[in-house]
Design a protein around this ligand. Structure first.
Ligand code: NDP
Length: 451
């Protein structure tokens, strides 16, 4: 059959761009369509701007802590619009990098919506393109529940462009985005009420981590409402919303951020013209090498609902490009022991099993856990504590999970995750010389079994 391209990619986020670039560099003829900004959620309304906000918010603590180390200043002030302006410039720079990466590898870019006509054809604008393979990398989109007044709330799509900081914000949800923004905005002097339907946030994380972060949030003065949910929202005036909770409470607020999960972005994609099958949550079903039930169509990243993390989408994009156009270098994505961090303040980072998961899987475990005040806070009034926890298989001594809540947790766990992937034992940790004095040394100095 005569095709215009060997691969057509729909969605130029982290995964789609990686698949397109690598495929083109392997010699394939590749085109990509993106109707929004290049780089997808991560670059535009996700990881990158969120981390910039988190850095900004962390300075608030640094300035306060500096007093104990002899510094004083009467001139501290925070300018939200400056942060947004600088963030926007940085994101624009990254958008341009994505563009030049695509151009340099010879990928044809269509800055338009693409839609399936059949399993090998898409329409972009008014141009029909025949492709030997088509990749869906359209990512995900915030999900909000359908309650009365929900139109008065915002999501993570809008939070990065707020014209001004509200005095009070309600944050709904108990996942990554909710805890990140609750602590970021609290540090930026916004009063925060967080509402979560479960008994404690960060479901799926280790219980010690969840409890530790809850306690730190309470110390920060975040107003936590667990075991409840919003039943309706009433707009009182442009700047004042009344929020009614299941438990009968009413909260007055200026802004409501819904962070209640993300749904696969498949709107207007024309999937009905293909044989692609969705799972019962609406995510695209794929096999081990990201092929859908329609053999010429593939899907990677958030749209498959696997691990909705940028590095996973990138790994899937690389693997798919190799599978299709450079078979000799292909190896499947390894989904075991994926490290992850929540950029709340303090950070959470984790790799491997939680204590509960390890026990549920039938492992007999030894738990090593330490809570301590970091040296960096010793001369300050800051009572924040850091938590480190290791879960060890009692019989083989293998480390099954490492968890941390504290500054630089993401940076520290990234290093430790190499050891865990390589099958490190607790003895390997113990035999590793500490770098003293650091926060990270705690991981190689844990001697006492907790339980
Ligand atoms: P999460 O899936 O992490 O959390 C969603 C939260 O919303 C949960 O607490 C969930 O409760 C709650 N929720 C879901 N539906 C409802 C509802 N109808 N009413 C009330 N509450 C509800 O989603 P996020 O939106 O925080 O993030 C999406 C994904 O993006 C994450 O899972 C993660 O993979 C990725 N991400 C990664 C980041 C990182 O790596 N640092 C940062 C941000 C996002 P319950 O627990 O009861 O289900």
């Amino acid at each position: 059959m005569d095709f215009d391209v060997d691969l057509f990619v729909i969605g130029a986020g982290s995964g789609g761009v990686r698949a397109a670039r690598f495929s083109a560099e392997f010699g394939a003829r590749v085109a990509i369509a993106e109707k929004n900004s290049l780089g997808g959620t991560c670059v535009n309304v996700g990881c990158i701007p969120k981390k910039l906000f988190a850095y900004s918010a962390t300075y608030a603590d640094e300035f306060k802590n500096a007093a104990g180390f002899g510094w004083s200043s009467n001139y501290l002030s925070f300018n939200w619009n400056k942060l947004i302006e600088n963030k926007n410039l940085e994101i624009k720079r990254l958008n341009n990098i994505y563009r030049s990466l695509l151009e340099k590898s010879g990928v044809i870019l269509y800055e338009e919506h693409a839609r399936f006509i059949d399993s090998n054809t898409v329409i972009v604008g008014n141009k029909k393109i025949r492709a030997a393979n088509i990749l869906i990398s359209t990512g995900s989109w915030p999900f909000v529940p359908n309650i009365s007044g929900i139109e008065n709330s915002i999501t993570s799509n809008e939070i990065f462009f707020l014209p001004k900081l509200p005095k009070h914000m309600i944050i709904v949800g108990g996942g990554y985005i909710a805890v990140e923004f609750a602590s970021i905005f609290k540090n930026l002097n916004v009063r925060i009420s967080q509402i979560y339907r479960g008994s404690i946030f960060l479901r799926g994380f280790d219980q010690s981590v969840r409890e530790h972060l809850r306690d730190e949030f309470l110390i920060k003065g975040i107003d936590l409402h667990f075991n409840t949910d919003i039943t309706r929202i009433e707009k009182h005036s442009n700047d004042l919303l009344y929020v009614y909770l299941k438990n009968g409470e009413k909260i007055e607020t200026n802004s409501i951020l819904y962070a209640t999960g993300r749904r696969p972005m498949l709107d207007e994609l024309g999937l009905e013209n293909t044989n692609v099958i969705l799972d019962h949550h609406g995510f695209v079903q794929v096999n081990d090498f990201n092929q859908t039930s329609d053999p010429t169509i593939f899907a990677i990243g958030d749209v498959t609902g696997h691990s909705r993390l940028t590095p996973v989408a990138i790994a899937e994009g690389s693997a798919l490009a190799k599978k299709l156009f450079n078979q000799k270098d292909y190896h499947p994505v390894d989904y075991n022991f994926i490290p992850t961090a929540v950029f709340s303040i303090p950070n959470v980072a984790t790799i491997g099993y939680t204590e509960k998961e390890a026990r549920n899987k039938g492992y007999e475990v030894s738990i090593f856990e330490s809570k301590f005040k970091p040296l960096k806070l010793s001369l300050t009034n800051n009572i924040e504590k850091t938590l480190v926890k290791i879960i060890v298989n009692k019989h083989t001594d293998k480390v099954l999970g490492c968890h941390m809540v504290g500054p630089y947790a993401g940076e520290i766990l990234q290093g430790i995750s190499i050891a865990i992937k390589m099958g490190a034992t607790k003895k390997d940790f113990d035999d590793t010389m500490a770098i003293h004095p650091t926060l990270a040394e705690e991981f190689v100095c844990l001697r006492t079994i907790g339980q």
